[in-house]
Write a protein that binds this ligand. Structure first.
Ligand code: SF4
Length: 324
């Protein structure tokens, strides 16, 4: 039976503005089990990174109000002190970002930066260095023994991302949050980084929360998927179940927008319109202005989350009622 590692319960994040609050993320619920890849998919600005940063307690701070629970290994991270959270970050939960250059120090070699993380475990310098080389090999860095002596600017984008993954691996976290880790890379390198992510799960039983706007990617690597739209999780389920029975109209449109294998399969679909801004407050379903199936109720009442299959939940007024 799967063992739960992380559970978000009714997580909502609102930002305080002059005359009230703006909802950035609303009532998010999902679980990540040990050794599982959970992909969070959605267009830019739908709140994926906000959720990830809230797990790490890395939101800018000051004007946000957070409600709900973030349970990691049975403990609500929202009740942790700053010191407790610092110990969890890196050691138990690691994070890699879209642009590794933002996280690497330009004046130190990448090897010394990774070994610094290992030295926190009080191992001697030679042993730390040997581990760095091994980690670089684990993340399939070309010429690993030489690359440890490179500075960040001497490496390609794909190599820098490998360094970041090696750095996270050096702490052996139980959960790795990968926030759009392949967005800035070309497709060949993207495929290689995804292979490394899959390897992590298999070799080290690491759980991974993979954040991406690329629905096509998740079919390759994820065990389960959560689809976010305008700050809400509109559908969650096992990857095979979602691809076989996509239920939310947004999920269906995302699937129709996937590149086809042959030119005979017709033109790519696009999703008309754009994600509403958090300043646009309207009652009802946030997707109503783009949804081809919208009905009157969609514009007045929030759609409830309904179980529509095994481990499959969808928030749509029409879900489970009729074949759309
Ligand atoms: Fe479309 Fe209505 Fe379902 Fe929203 S609730 S996705 S508008 S059918």
């Amino acid at each position: 039976m799967s063992e739960e590692l992380l559970r978000l319960e009714h997580l909502s994040i609102d930002y305080k503005v002059k005359d009230g609050y703006l909802s950035a993320v609303k009532d998010i619920n999902f679980t990540i089990n040990k050794g599982e890849i959970f992909a969070v998919v959605g267009e830019s600005g739908c709140g994926k990174s906000t959720v990830a940063h809230s797990i790490m307690n890395l939101l800018p701070g000051g004007n946000e109000e957070i409600t709900g629970k973030i349970i990691f290994k049975g403990k609500d991270l929202r009740t942790c002190t700053k010191g407790e959270m610092e110990k969890i970050r890196g050691k138990e939960i690691g994070m890699i970002f879209q642009n590794p250059l933002d996280s690497l120090n330009p004046v130190y070699t990448v090897g010394s930066q990774v070994s610094e993380a290992i030295l926190l475990d009080k191992v001697d310098k030679q042993e730390a260095w040997n581990r760095v080389v091994k980690l670089f090999q684990d993340v399939k860095m070309p010429d690993a023994k030489e690359r440890v002596n490179s500075f960040p600017h001497e490496l390609s984008g794909g190599m820098r991302q490998r360094v970041m993954i090696a750095m996270m691996l050096s702490r052996n976290p139980e959960l790795l949050i990968a926030d759009e880790p392949t967005t800035a890379l070309d497709v060949t390198i993207e495929a290689q980084i995804l292979d490394i992510i899959k390897d992590l799960k298999e070799k080290f039983n690491t759980s991974i929360m993979l954040i991406t706007h690329n629905f096509g990617l998740v079919a390759e690597v994820a065990d389960r998927i959560g689809i976010m739209y305008a700050g809400e999780m509109v559908e969650t389920g096992d990857v095979f179940e979602i691809f076989a029975h996509p239920t939310h109209p947004y999920t269906r449109l995302l699937m129709q927008a996937l590149p086809r294998k042959t030119k005979h399969e017709g033109r790519l679909q696009t999703i008309e319109g754009s994600v509403p801004r958090i300043t646009e407050k309207k009652p009802g379903c946030r997707f109503a202005n783009r949804c081809p199936y919208a009905e009157e109720i969609c514009r007045t009442e929030d759609p409830p989350a309904r179980v529509v299959g095994e481990n499959h939940v969808c928030s749509c007024h029409l879900a489970g009622k009729e074949e759309k």
